[in-house]
Design a protein. Structure first.
Length: 201
């Protein structure tokens, strides 16, 4: 039986680091962000709908979507943002489910769905277990300010566009505390995989 693990966290919580650790263990990771980029490439159904909905102004000379231009439009207008999500999200879900099911058919022991907004998008039903990568808010804020060169207000605004890590922690099947060393994070992950390997779904 394949165990489908949902991996989520918050901005600057270290979720991508944990996703890489899964890959180093030889476990398939289906990355929602990567798929979201692929879903809007030329020739894909979402690309066509975006061009029709938002007009030629959001296309570069190459014909690719100008992400910066599109971002400016949707972040300034809630209605447009919802329009974009309604085009992209179903396509991303379809592609994720396809990759998940391929791993299940191949008889893999684990497959990971790396979904930053798993709870916000209500996608827990695609998984058997959910891991939340958690750090305290102060550390999340500090890491985000440093990583993205933001001041405190800018960083807090970004953090508050997602559900809080403490809230996600309460809903998770397992929590990886990523506030210590990488070695410590890795040890928690291996322990979890050992536990889940020894228990039937």
């Amino acid at each position: 039986m394949t165990l489908v693990i949902g991996l989520t966290g918050g901005i600057a919580s270290g979720k991508s680091t944990v996703a890489q650790m899964f890959q180093q263990c030889g476990i398939t990771v289906v990355d929602a962000d990567v798929i979201a980029k692929e879903a809007v490439e030329q020739g894909m159904p979402a690309y066509q709908k975006i061009a029709e909905t938002f007009g030629q102004g959001v296309l570069l000379e190459t014909g690719d979507i100008d992400r910066r231009k599109l971002g400016e439009i949707v972040f300034a207008n809630e209605e447009k943002r919802l329009q974009l999500n309604a085009i992209v999200h179903p396509e991303v879900r379809k592609m994720m489910i396809k990759q998940r099911d391929e791993a299940i058919r191949a008889g893999e022991r684990f497959v990971v769905l790396d979904i930053p907004l798993l709870y916000e998008s209500g996608l827990e039903h695609l998984t058997d277990k959910v891991i939340v990568v958690w750090v305290p808010l102060e550390l999340q804020l500090e890491r985000l300010m440093k990583r993205n060169q933001l001041n405190e207000d800018e960083a807090l605004n970004r953090i508050h566009t997602q559900h809080s890590l403490d809230e996600k922690k309460k809903r998770a099947d397992a929590v990886i505390d990523n506030s210590g060393s990488l070695k410590d994070t890795e040890a928690q992950l291996h322990q979890l995989l050992d536990t889940w390997s020894n228990t039937e779904k």
